[in-house]
Design a protein around this ligand. Structure first.
Ligand code: ATP
Ligand code: MG
Length: 477
């Protein structure tokens, strides 16, 4: 077990503790598993990939399901039963499941039966422990209300040694305790800090070098056509120190603007191609770090702008086409991949549009000296819902005010050097914000903006980043 654990830890640097805990809790199929584990962290922190690899290496019977795909309870139940009965869907049977299973009761009854069967099969030494992993588990909340409580106490209901791992980007306390579920064991995957990102990406050096080689062979740049062999040699001679130097420069520009590991991976690989170019064609020596740095500065700036602007047209069409349809608001918010700070910026814009500026101090400054409103006034106000400013439509705000709110709601006090103005223009481009006036006076400060998204949309964005928007809306006070 410990060699498997170590090899997994090697595969996922900076996740030693998480992997250790997984092995402690679920590594030995002979030991009693916890009924459920809540496994959570921001996007790109390695939840899915670590669990997938971990489950492959255990001796339990395991299944990993994405609740986006298993969008009804029936699909969920049947998938699990198929897997636990080793039933494969076949064309000849018209892809029939192991059994039709519509209700939780049938599902539990069948699982109980698995326990009995495997007891009778002792001599075959079948595995008799089970792990169900539900990715994007927050979706289960949209299914029948009895599913989540049941999946959190499967051992008790089925008599099996079984654990359900719930995987989500949302923190448990905020979303599940409200549903009356008990607090339970959680494993949190924090976002990687800069050094960790550097370590993870440096470990990826071999892959980056191989990619460089194969690209060179496939389509050699014109100026290299004659000397391709020399270029190949140069690439093979590159060390992980050389790559480390590059990453250092790269992350000093990018890390504050983007913390999403997959995105950093893609962009850094692209930028590295540009970084090594002069080394390959012999114009800059590979040890001349300062010239290499000067050579890469501009391309990095451009790439940084693209991080904010990279929005596929597809998204834009969806934004326009389905904006009014209330039902798809959530889907839309989910499909919209804004960078982390972009989401906060949009929330700040929504608050600026729907609170009056007079309230800012009371809402965002901790020691403002004014009293909180009494509950009575609160209730009285809530009743006049037609007058609620969230339903009256957005007011305009200045960029200064937007940024002030943005910094106030951002929990971590990072000194942002990233180009927030570029993010604003991305949001405008996506029609989530619009200019009311002074579109050309953004820098000098007289531009006025408006936030065009609805309450439900912003509540969802808030959920994704773990920010309770309602708490900061005067309407809900
Ligand atoms: P989401 O919530 O968006 O589904 P996630 O937490 O499931 O994100 P993954 O899809 O598992 O994230 O990881 C994203 C990418 O980052 C994968 O390519 C994964 O291999 C890589 N990655 C994450 N953590 C590490 C790590 N510690 N070492 C190496 N690669 C990692
Ligand atoms: Mg995932």
């Amino acid at each position: 077990m410990s060699s498997k654990k170590r090899s997994l830890q090697k595969k996922f640097p900076c996740r030693d503790n998480v992997i250790h805990t997984l092995y402690e809790l679920l590594g030995d199929p002979e030991e009693t598993f916890p009924p459920s584990i809540y496994f959570y962290g921001h996007s790109g922190t390695g939840k899915t990939s670590i669990l997938t690899k971990f489950l492959k290496r255990t001796h339990s019977k395991t299944i990993i399901l994405d609740c986006i795909e298993c969008y009804t309870s029936r699909i969920l139940y049947e998938n699990i039963l198929n897997k636990f009965h080793s039933h494969h869907l076949r064309k000849e049977d018209n892809f029939a499941p192991y059994m039709k299973c519509e209700t939780l009761k049938d599902f539990i009854t069948d699982l109980q039966q698995i326990g009995v069967d495997s007891d009778n099969n002792d001599e075959e030494e079948e595995t008799s422990s089970y792990i169900i992993c539900l990715d994007n588990a927050e979706r289960v909340r949209d299914m029948d209300a009895n599913i989540l409580p049941a999946f959190m106490r499967l051992p008790e209901l089925t008599g099996l040694n079984i654990c359900c791992i719930l995987v989500s980007q949302l923190p448990f306390e905020k979303y599940y305790t409200k549903m009356g579920l008990p607090e339970q064991m959680s494993i949190y995957l924090p976002q990687y800090n800069k050094n960790e990102v550097q370590k993870i990406l440096t470990d990826d050096f071999e892959r980056v070098r191989d990619r460089l080689l194969s690209r060179l062979r496939k389509n050699p740049p014109m100026q290299l056509a004659v000397d391709i062999e020399r270029a190949e040699e140069t690439i093979s001679g590159l060390t992980s120190d050389f790559y480390g130097n590059f990453l250092n420069v790269f992350l000093s520009v990018f890390y504050k603007a983007c913390r999403d590991l997959p995105e950093l991976k893609v962009v850094s690989t692209d930028c590295f191609d540009i970084y090594v170019e002069p080394v390959l064609n012999g114009t800059i020596d590979k040890n001349d770090v300062s010239r290499l740095w000067r050579h890469i500065t501009n391309p990095l700036k451009i790439a940084l702008a693209q991080v904010y602007m990279r929005m596929d047209q597809d998204t834009e069409v969806r934004v326009e086409g389905t904006f009014e349809a209330n039902q798809s608001v959530k889907k839309l918010a989910q499909s919209l991949e804004l960078p982390y700070y972009g989401k906060y910026l949009l929330i700040a814009a929504f608050l600026a549009s729907h609170n009056s500026a007079k309230e800012d101090k009371r809402l965002f400054v901790k020691h403002h000296g004014k009293q909180r409103k009494r509950l009575q006034t609160v209730n009285a106000r809530a009743k006049v819902s037609e007058k609620m400013s969230t339903s009256l439509g957005p007011k305009s705000f200045s960029i200064d005010r937007l940024l002030a709110i943005f910094y106030a709601i951002l929990d971590e006090k990072v000194g942002l050097t990233c180009n927030l103005l570029a993010q604003i223009s991305t949001l405008v481009h996506l029609k989530l914000l619009s200019y009311v006036s002074g579109e050309n006076n953004v820098v000098e400060g007289s531009a006025k903006l408006q936030c065009t998204v609805g309450l439900e949309f912003i509540l969802y964005i808030g959920k994704v980043v773990g920010f309770n928007v309602r708490q900061y809306l005067c309407d809900f006070m």
